[in-house]
Design a protein around this ligand. Structure first.
Ligand code: HEM
Ligand code: HEM
Length: 218
């Protein structure tokens, strides 16, 4: 097999979106704890925009960011575990199991933000921008569900991080460095990620901004 060489794995928008997801979730949790509700909403709206962008990027982004590249059935997940360890470490982009974790985490974040949009606090002073569409009791029910879904989200994030550690220690496959640098050293024949043209990035940013603007305006 030829010497390992660095290949592009993730485009910049995918990496930026990922680390901003992490930042927004930390910020949303902290601002809720400190009852900084204006900042809590801003952080939530940013997360909403990132989610819109990530879904769009799943159709228009670089090759490894696309849903069709990694969204595979349970058979593909089982086949993946039958591969020898070295072959698993040479995969460019999400593994079949990693693909499922993308879908589950993105869905969990969508649920979290959506419930927040309709939530109302106990004195009705701090509310999501769509809470006027439901009654006060309805808004309180959304707030309770918003709190519960946060616990679910935290558990899923825990599983995500444990899976990354499993790959690191069991498969000796460091997934985090490529998520930071965009590149991975791979030996043998392999194709790197094919990037998307830059105009698609700006289209995605404009789309995400518009969707957030419409929702925040209520
Ligand atoms: C559009 C985005 C969001 C809006 C409009 C929103 C709105 C709200 C509101 C109105 C409350 C107060 C509920 C109450 O006092 O009972 C709340 C609480 C909370 N939110 Fe959000 N939220 C958003 C996003 C998020 C996100 C992304 C997270 C975390 C990932 C999050 C986590 C929490 C937590 C942990 C609480 C505290 C629950 C409590 O202890 O009372 N929120 N949110
Ligand atoms: C708030 C916490 C987190 C959330 C919500 C989250 C969410 C996600 C999502 C949605 C993806 C799919 C990326 C994409 O295709 O767009 C992903 C992938 C990934 N995340 Fe996270 N993540 C979190 C924390 C972390 C942390 C703390 C690390 C590092 C220790 C990490 C490392 C990775 C890596 C390496 C991948 C790529 C996995 C692969 O190669 O298949 N994540 N994460």
């Amino acid at each position: 097999m030829s010497e390992p060489r660095p290949l592009p794995v993730w485009d910049l928008p995918t990496r930026l979106t990922h680390w901003l997801f992490v930042g927004c979730i930390a910020c949303s949790w902290w601002t809720a704890e400190e009852r900084l509700m204006d900042w809590h909403r801003y952080s939530g709206y940013t997360l909403l925009g990132l989610l819109v962008f990530r879904i769009y990027w799943g159709f228009a982004g670089g090759s490894t960011a696309r849903f069709r590249h990694f969204f595979r059935g349970p058979g593909a997940v089982l086949d993946y575990f039958k591969l020898p360890r070295e072959q698993r470490a040479r995969i460019i982009g999400h593994t079949p199991l990693g693909g499922w974790s993308v879908v589950v985490l993105v869905l969990a974040m969508i649920v979290q933000v959506t419930l927040g949009l309709f939530a109302t606090d106990i004195d009705g002073l701090e509310s999501g921008p769509l809470s006027h569409l439901v009654s006060f009791d309805g808004g309180r029910a959304f707030a309770a569900a918003h709190e519960l879904s946060f616990d679910v989200l935290i558990v899923l994030i825990g599983v995500h991080v444990v899976a990354i550690l499993f790959h690191l220690f069991y498969d000796r496959n460091d997934l985090t460095s490529p998520m930071l640098s965009g590149r991975k050293r791979v030996a043998g024949e392999a194709d790197g990620m094919r990037p998307a043209p830059v105009w698609r990035l700006w289209t995605g940013v404009a789309l995400a901004t518009l969707v957030v603007w419409f929702i925040v305006k209520g």
